[in-house]
Write a protein that binds this ligand. Sequence first.
Ligand code: IPE
Ligand code: IPE
Ligand code: MG
Length: 243
Amino acid sequence: MPAADKKPETASIPRHIAIIMDGNGRWAADRKLPRAAGHQQGAEAVRRCVKGCIEQGVRCLTLYAFSSENWKRPAEEVSALMSLLRLYLRREMKELNRRGVCIRFIGDRSALDDDICAQLKEAEDFTAGNRELLLTIALNYGSHGEIAAAARRLAEKVAAGEMQPEEITAETLAAQLDTNGLPDPDLVIRTSGEMRLSNFLLWQSAYSELLFIDEYWPDFTEETLALAVAEFGARERRFGARS
Ligand code: IPE
Ligand code: IPE
Ligand code: MG
């Protein structure tokens, strides 16, 4: 029997794909363009990726757009990224809604400008009823901060007598993470050839399949996504058990 026949149908399409969209700067440098041009093309790749996920039947897509460490970049690059986010939300919201995309944001919003926070809330409210694809965008997100905040909230509950220490389990901790309610990613993709997670979904990716792609994020197409889905389908997930 060919290997593919042994796999249950449903196992071959990842329910949740998470992507570290990396390489915008190098894409631009290769073309002697400013880094902002790479980020702009990166936004175009997001559109193709969303379309590809809907076509492939992927239900959840999580995109790493800005890490809690990206504030270390020069102020002009941070501000270009924030302006692009404003533009993307303004320009794409109707189309995302038309495609049935429910959009949500994870990460610490307290450091973001008020007008951006308002736009995030508006996008979430506008698309809340959509069921085709759950698109989660990680903004000012970092796993260490997320896990520390979750631990702090549990500690507060224990201190207030609302919870016993022995009730702190993997489940109750996961319920305090920004991703509460979202299934763990089946597949984590990073573009640009770098092989690290850079503080992205460290808890949630405990059993994710990892895929590192050489191409830069602005070159990502529906075809790249289809290849990634095919690669995922060829993997054997064991979750610690024996096959
Ligand atoms: C990814 O591209 C976008 C963000 C991190 C915001 P980079 O800007 O990291 O591009 P490289 O890695 O410098 O090529
Ligand atoms: C990770 O990329 C963050 C995002 C894609 C938003 P970086 O380019 O910031 O990661 P490092 O610094 O190379 O690890
Ligand atoms: Mg990078």
